[in-house]
Design a protein around this ligand. Structure first.
Ligand SMILES: [Zn+2]
Length: 190
């Protein structure tokens, strides 16, 4: 049974490595996806003010190009996820806008990250079929964040104007000072 602590966090160096493409969908691949789902839900159980929206396989220490995204990110009671195997962004569209992002592997930290407003993604499903998707807004943001994980990139690398925040016990975001950011950055980069 997966646990919240199956999710690795900075400065674990596996978060900085490139994931390899999945060849065929083996039982191991399906097991990885189930472990990812269970780990995201177990993590969410430990958090009062956050939802486990999505996860990339490197976040459980598996360096394969697999991500999962919550079916209904705004509904904690819906525990379904969609799996994207070998996801690729085939087109960036729309305006670039900055919104706050967090990550299960960077505890309690948020930052303003610029992302494209719309993207087209191609990926394989768990049946080995290729599918294509055009997404906008929050889902486009989530997919850009997760696909970055497969190249060893974290959202903290892309935060603009040092707009970093810490999640307080009361569920509020508090701006980090320059000193706090500098100290955190050393930690994020390992
Ligand atoms: Zn993340």
């Amino acid at each position: 049974m997966a646990q919240a602590d199956d999710i690795i966090s900075v400065p674990d160096e596996r978060l900085r490595q490139h994931a390899r493409r999945v060849g065929v969908i083996t039982d191991d691949v399906l097991d990885t996806i189930e472990t990812m789902k269970a780990a995201a839900l177990a993590w969410e159980q430990t958090r009062d003010n956050e939802v486990g929206v999505a996860l990339a396989a490197p976040q459980i220490g598996v360096l394969e190009r697999i991500i999962i995204v919550r079916h209904q990110p705004d509904n904690r009671d819906d525990h379904r996820f969609d799996a994207f195997i070998n996801p690729e962004i085939t087109k960036y569209e729309g305006e670039i806008g900055a919104e706050p992002e967090g990550c299960l592997s960077v505890p309690d930290t948020y930052g303003l990250v610029p992302r494209y407003g719309a993207i087209r993604v191609s990926a394989m499903d768990t049946g080995g079929e290729t599918f294509r998707l055009k997404t906008t807004g929050f889902l486009a943001r989530v997919l850009q964040h997760e696909i970055d994980h497969l190249r060893g990139l974290l959202f903290v690398d892309a935060v603009t104007d040092d707009a970093f925040y810490r999640l307080t016990d009361h569920g509020k975001l508090k701006a980090l000072t320059k000193q706090e950011i500098d100290a955190d950055r050393v930690f994020w980069n390992g």
